[in-house]
Design a protein around this ligand. Structure first.
Ligand SMILES: [Zn+2]
Length: 71
């Protein structure tokens, strides 16, 4: 599992660790983005407790929140 430190807008724009997605998260992201699971692999999730932010690894302003069920 790779982890990258990026700014998280949900966490007051502080630096947080973003990790690769779990299988369930991948499915949700693929459904939201609509480009399939291959594209969903480009997303990372903020690992801060309770944060639902997912964003693109190489385009951090391209992101959104996972559904509440992932909190
Ligand atoms: Zn966050």
């Amino acid at each position: 599992m790779t982890v990258a430190s990026k700014h998280c807008p949900n966490c007051g724009n502080s630096i947080q660790k973003f990790r690769t997605l779990t299988a369930d998260e991948l499915t949700s992201v693929a459904a939201t983005v609509g480009h399939g699971r291959a594209d969903a692999w480009n997303y990372r999730r903020c690992s801060h407790e309770g944060c639902l932010r997912v964003q693109r690894h190489f385009k951090a302003d391209d992101g959104f929140n996972l559904p509440e069920s992932f909190r």
